[in-house]
Design a protein around this ligand. Structure first.
Ligand code: G6P
Length: 367
C-alpha cells in the first residue's frame, strides 16, 4: 500500500501528528489494563539477574537510549552504559558475562548498530532490540524483541519512531524496576496510569502547533541556536538541536543546562536563541538560574515548561510554550513534540526540503 500524506504538507508533519495514535498502539503491547501492570514479551532469560545493560544506537535512536539510561538507573537501580554504535564497535568495550545489550533502531538495519549487535552476541551478551521494522535484520537476530508500532516512517528526520521508542523504554525501565524489587505494586500502577495518559498529553502538546509556527519566525533568522535541558530532558535538548540542524540547516547545539557555563555561554548574545526544556520539579530552580545567566548576556530565551514553571520563570522570555504537567517518566515523550514542531516550522519558513534533507539518508546501511 502506498503511504499518502493526506491533508498534511509533509510526511514529517503527518508523522508528528500521528504520535498520540502510534504511541497508544505501542503501549497497548506493554501495558496490561486488566491488572494495571507493565508487561514485556516472553523470553527464556531471567531479566531480574541482569547486572548491567549496554545500550548502543545511532542518531535519534541514541538519544532515546540516553533517556532510557536515566530511567533505568533511577527506577531499577541498574547500571547502564551507553555509546554511539560507531564508537562502541571499535573501542573493545568490557562486556561482563550475564550482561544485556540493548540496541535501539527505527529501521533495524543501521550498519554500525548491527555490527555492534553482532559483536555483543559473539561476546555472549543477551541481545534485546527496540525496532520499528519487525522484519528487519536486528529483529531477526535478537533474543528479546521489543517492537515499536509506529508504522512506516517516511520523513528522514525521525519523529514518531522516537516517541514510540521512549514508550517501550519507559515500560522496560518500569518492568526492570518491578523485577528487581525497586518498584512496588502501587508505584507500578501509578506508572501504568501515567503511561496510559501519554497519548492525551501528546495531543495537548500538539495543540500548540500554531503558536509554534508563529514562533518559528523568531528562530528562522538565527545562525546558531542552543538547546538546554537537565536530567532526562538533556537528551531532549540534544534531539531538539539535531532535528533543527537536520531539516533547517541552522547550526544548533544541545547542552546539559549546568554545563552551559563550561563553553556555550561564550556564544550567547542577542543573536542566539536559547531553547530551555524544563518541566517544573526539584531541579527547576537550577535551570532558572541558568536562564538568568543567559539573559544577563542579552540572550533570548524560549521556555518550554508547564504552567507552574512558566508562572515562575516565564517573565523576560521571548516566548513560552506551555506543556501539560506530567509525571517525570513521560515528560521526555511530551517535550519531544514542541522540539519537533519547532524544527519543522523553522524548516518550512526557510523553505528547505523537510522530508528529504540534503546529504542525509533515512537508513544508513553502510559504515
Ligand atoms: C539516520 C536517520 C536518523 C536516525 C538514524 C538511526 O541518521 O536520518 O533519523 O535516527 O539514522 O537510524 P535507526 O534506523 O538505526 O534508528
Amino acid at each position: 500500500v502506498a503511504i499518502e500524506k493526506g491533508n498534511y504538507r509533509h510526511f514529517m508533519q503527518k508523522e508528528i501528528f500521528e504520535q498520540p495514535t502510534v504511541v497508544a498502539q505501542t503501549l497497548h503491547s506493554y501495558v496490561r489494563q486488566v491488572d494495571q501492570s507493565v508487561a514485556l514479551p516472553q523470553i527464556d532469560f531471567d531479566l531480574s539477574k541482569v547486572q548491567r545493560i549496554t545500550i548502543v544506537a545511532c542518531g535519534t535512536s541514541y538519544y532515546a537510549g540516553m533517556v532510557a539510561k536515566y530511567w533505568i538507573e533511577q527506577f531499577a537501580r541498574l547500571p547502564v552504559d551507553i555509546d554511539v554504535a560507531s564508537e562502541f564497535r571499535y573501542r573493545d568495550p568490557v562486556l561482563e558475562p550475564g550482561g544485556l545489550a540493548l540496541f535501539i533502531s527505527q529501521s533495524g538495519e543501521t550498519a554500525d548498530t548491527l555490527a555492534a549487535l553482532r559483536h555483543c552476541k559473539a561476546e555472549g551478551q543477551t541481545i534485546a532490540v527496540v525496532v520499528n521494522v519487525p522484519t528487519s535484520t536486528m529483529a531477526r537476530e535478537a533474543d528479546l524483541l521489543l517492537p515499536t508500532h509506529a508504522g512506516p516512517e517516511i520523513g528522514v528526520a525521525s519523529t514518531k519512531a522516537f516517541t514510540c521508542q521512549l514508550a517501550v523504554l519507559a515500560a522496560l525501565a518500569a518492568r526492570l524496576a518491578v523485577l528487581r524489587g525497586r518498584m512496588d505494586r502501587a508505584e507500578e500502577m501509578t506508572v501504568v496510569k501515567h503511561l496510559v495518559e501519554t497519548p492525551a498529553c501528546l495531543n495537548a502538546a500538539l495543540g500548540h502547533d500554531e503558536e509554534i509556527a508563529d514562533m518559528a519566525h523568531l528562530i528562522a533568522p538565527a545562525r546558531d541556536v542552543l538547546y538546554l535541558g537537565r536530567g532526562p530532558d538533556f537528551p531532549l535538548a540534544l534531539e531538539g538541536a539535531l532535528k533543527l540542524k537536520e531539516i533547517s540547516y541552522i547550526h544548533a547545539e544541545g547542552y546539559a543546562s549546568g554545563e552551559m557555563k563550561h563553553g556555550p555561554i561564550a556564544l550567547i548574545d542577542e543573536a542566539v536563541p536559547v531553547i530551555v526544556l524544563a518541566p517544573s520539579g526539584p531541579l527547576f530552580e537550577k535551570t532558572v538560574s541558568n536562564m538568568q545567566e543567559v539573559r544577563a548576556r542579552g540572550g533570548k530565551v524560549v521556555l518550554i515548561s508547564d504552567a507552574e514553571g512558566i508562572a515562575e520563570a516565564g517573565e523576560g522570555c521571548i516566548a513560552t510554550i506551555e506543556m501539560p504537567k506530567v509525571h517525570p517518566l513521560i515528560a521526555p515523550l511530551v517535550y519531544a513534540v514542541p522540539v519537533q514542531l519547532l524544527a519543522y516550522h523553522v524548516a518550512c519558513v526557510k523553505g528547505t526540503d523537510v522530508d528529504q534533507p540534503r546529504n542525509l539518508a533515512k537508513s544508513v546501511t553502510v559504515e
